[in-house]
Structures are given as structure tokens and as C-alpha cells.
Design a protein around this ligand. Sequence first.
Ligand code: LLP
Length: 418
Amino acid sequence: MHDFEYRQGNLHCAEVPLKQIADKIGTPFYCYSLPTLKRHVRAFEDPLTGVDHQTCFAMKANSSLAILAFMARQGLGADVVSGGELYRAIKAGIPGNKIVYSGVGKTTEEIDMAIHAGIMMFNIESEQELEVINARAGELGKKAPISIRVNPDVDPKTHPYISTGMKNNKFGIDIEGSMAQYLRAKDMENIEIVGIDCHIGSQLTDVSPFIDAAGRLKVLIANLAGHGVEFRYLDLGGGLGITYLDEQPPNPKDYCAAILDAVGSLGLKLIFEPGRVIVGNTGILVTEVLYRKETVNKTFIIVDAGMNDLLRPALYGAYHDIKPLKQKSGDMSKADVVGPICESSDFLAKDRDLPRLERGDMVAVMSAGAYGYTMASNYNSRPKPPEVLVDGSRYYVVSNRQSYEDLIFGETIPDIFG
Ligand code: LLP
């Protein structure tokens, strides 16, 4: 469910015609719908009413300060994976004790920063990381709260690049290893064991891998209880998929019900780290057609947004629906929608049935609210696009288009060239 609909033939975000925003701020731009965001947060939270839980939004999906500030007001915490994300979360008003810190490569500086911020827990991903966190906490005169990210070796049946809970992935510690590390952690002076964690992958369209993983964790929890290791938190990660084309993922209500059925009786506070399911369909990328190029074999629609703005199609071959801002009738024909970047992988859509698009037409690339702006880069020295938040009939530019000065910010030319 989202708020990007045609009204009198013009694509709107809530009450605002997208063309109106484009005329004012230019293209490309990201646009997020606040009403959709509110609905998605409620859709996740309402089934958990009365359940002892904390939802920590996986801000790698969307780390706009405005979006995070909204999450904070809704009582959500954050799942962070870097010092930069931690900084943003705090700036947006998310309290430290609602922040979990995941990721295989936490640096010493990042660990110190998180200890100072008083986070809920570190999700530990290796034996050495556990030792380093113990040492840093000791140095700072604190106890570090931890959980171990268990790699349960289940197949999430998703794109291999976004599958994280199988034996050959770099993430987490396998079940036997986790047992051993918990027993070590128990004796570490500056470590407080508070939780157990897993995250098996992203864009899952079936609940069974989640339930499989939860089942394996349950066995480990029971074994650890036998060794006197107990927990407050059970963190089930994120990963619930969304509809880009015709996927039919479980809705949050069914997902939550299945999880509660599997682990509700353990008496642990449940931590969730959803990203995509909250923000994916709350955002789009609006871009303008620069050229229509017909070759012997193909038609290319060349637009002013590229893989630097939205990387998912280039990186994963991901599908994003394309909708003209002005509804078009007439015959559909196949075309590639491509960006201006000097790479053959710079496409937003391949062999897509589209109405005839001409120079000056604008299109929306749908379902771009998750892993859109956060994966944008300055490749080809292209400034990042602005982000706009729509609330009813008003819209707010929540991040500006980068300027050329922004592109060279912090750069210097050393005085050695003569
Ligand atoms: N927790 C952890 C530890 C994660 O690594 C992730 C995502 C999440 C939570 C949130 O997963 P979600 O609910 O959004 O599925 N760039 C890729 C997705 C990478 C996901 C990485 N980890 C994409 O564009 O599809």
C-alpha cells in the first residue's frame, strides 16, 4: 500500500502532484510519503501491541534525518552498522538505549563511540571483536552489553548478495562457535551478556526461513541456559520482503504472529530490525527523460538519474516499476531505461514495456524508499539528488541537492606540482 496514485492523469504523492515538485526543485529527486510511512510503522507495530519488544529500524535502508526523527517520535530505535549511522541516529533523537550495533567490522573508534552512547547492545560477529570490545570497555571503565549474532545456516531463498545467514557468509558466528563464545564472554570482566541475535537475509518472501532460524536459536538458548547463560533480549533481525513486481511476501501481521508463535513463550524481550518493509514502498525516484535513442536492436530511454542515484538495478538486477508522471495511453513497446553514467550496467529498467516516452517526459522509479538514497554515490562526479518528504498537501525538501562545491568539499591540491 502506498500513496503514489494518478489523479486526473497526473501521478501524485499524497495530495501533491509530483510534477509540481519537479518544476520547483528539478530532477532527479527522491520523494517519500509521510502518510505511507506512518501506515507502515503502524502495520509493523500494531500486531506487537502488548508484546514486550523494541523495533530498531535498520537505518541502512534509509538514513534521512527527517525519516529517522519520525521513527524516534514513533518510539522506534535503530539498528546501526557504523559510527556515521550512530551519529545520525543520535542527531535524529533516537535514545542510545534503543540502538543495537551490528556489522562485522566495527573499528575501535566506533566501539568507543557506542559505549559512550550507552547503546542497548553490540551484536558481536567474531571472536576477536568480542575481545576488542571487552578490552575497550575495560579501558573506558564500563561494561559493554553484548549479544552474539548467530549464523544459523538457513537458506533465506533470496538474492545471493543479500543472503547473510548461511555457512559461507561472512556474517555472525555459527551455532557451535556461538556456544563457545558465550561461555568465554561469561567470564569476561567488562562484558555483560544481554541478548542473542540473528539476521538471515533481506527481501525474504516466505516466513519459513525466519521460523527455521528462530527454532535453531531456541535450541541454543536452552543449551546455554544449562550453562548458566541467560538473556534479556532475543533479536530476530530484519529481512521481511516487499512487493516490487509480483512478490507476495507475508504481511507484517502474519510475520509477527509466526514469530510470536515460535518464540513468544521464551519470555524474552523481542528486538526487530526491519528496514525495507517499513520504507521501501514509501519512496520513489523521479527522473526526466533526456533523450530517446532508437538503435537497430533496441530503444533506449536516457534519463537524468543513473546508477549513482539508484544502484539496485545495476548491482542486483533489481526490478523497479517505472511510471510516467503523466498517464499515457497508446501502445506499449519495449525499451531500456538507462542513466547518463559511463557503464553498461547503468540501467534502471531493461526490456520494459513502456508507453512512448519522449524528451522532457518525467517518470517515477517506484519502490525506491529503501536502499535508494543510502546507496547513492558521487560516481561520474554527479551531485546526489535532493530528498523530499510529502505530508498531505505540503512537501518539505529534507536534504538539498548537492552542489558542485559539495563535490570537492575537503579536497586540496598539494603544493608540489610547481
Ligand atoms: N539487520 C541487519 C543486521 C542487516 O544486515 C539488515 C540488512 C537489516 C537488519 C535490514 O534488512 P531489511 O529488513 O531491510 O531486509 N542493499 C540491499 C539490501 C542489503 C541488506 C543488508 N542488511 C538491497 O538493496 O536490496
